[in-house]
Ligand binder design. Sequence first.
Ligand code: GLN
Length: 208
Amino acid sequence: VTTIGVLALQGDVREHVAALESAGAHAVPVRRRSELESVDGLVLPGGESTTIDKLLRVFELREPLRAAIADGLPVYGSCAGMILLADRITGGIDGQQTLGGLDVTVRRNAFGRQVDSFEADLAVEGLEAPLRSVFIRAPWVDDVGPGVEVLARIPERATDGTGLGEAAGKIVAVRSGRLLATAFHPEVTGDTRVHALFVRLVTASRRS
Ligand code: GLN
C-alpha cells in the first residue's frame, strides 16, 4: 500500500487523511522528521500559510522537507499548501517564506473581498467531468515557468451564477513533475478524484 503523509502542523489535516484513504492510500499525519522519512508522498493541507511556515521552522521540518522535495518526494499542496510549494509569492506577510520547488508565482488572498470564498465547477486536465471546487481565501497563480503544466483555470461564473470578473481565466491548478498544487480544496467536497490523481502519481514514482 502507498503511504501518504499529511503535514499536520495546522490546517484541515483530517479532511485530507479521509480523502486519501477513500482514494485507496494509507494516510498518516506527519509532525516529525522520522515520520516524514517514512512516507512515499506528502500533502500540504489548506490552512494559513504564514502559520504553517512558522511552525515548519519551530518543528525543524523546513530544511528536511526542502531536501525531500529536491530529492523527488511527490507533494500535493492545497490552497495554503500551494503557497508553500511556490518558488515565488506576491502578497505574503513580512518575512514569510515558502518551501519552494514549484516554478510559479502565487498571489496570496488573490480573490479579494467580494469573492473571498466561492464555489465553481472547473474543467480539470486529466479529469473527465467538471470538478466542484471550493475556494476559501484562495491564492491564484500569476505565472508559471516552462516545466509547469496548467491543469485548471477559473471559469467565467461561480456555481451560483455570480460573475467572477477579472478572476476568470486565472490559473488555479498546476503540476510539475512530482509536484501537484490546487488553489481550491477538493478535500471538503467528497469528490476524491484529485486525491486519486495524486495517489497515482505517488504510486508511479515509487516504482520508478
Ligand atoms: N489565505 C490562506 C493563506 O494565505 C490560505 C487559505 C486556505 O488555505 N484556505 O495561507
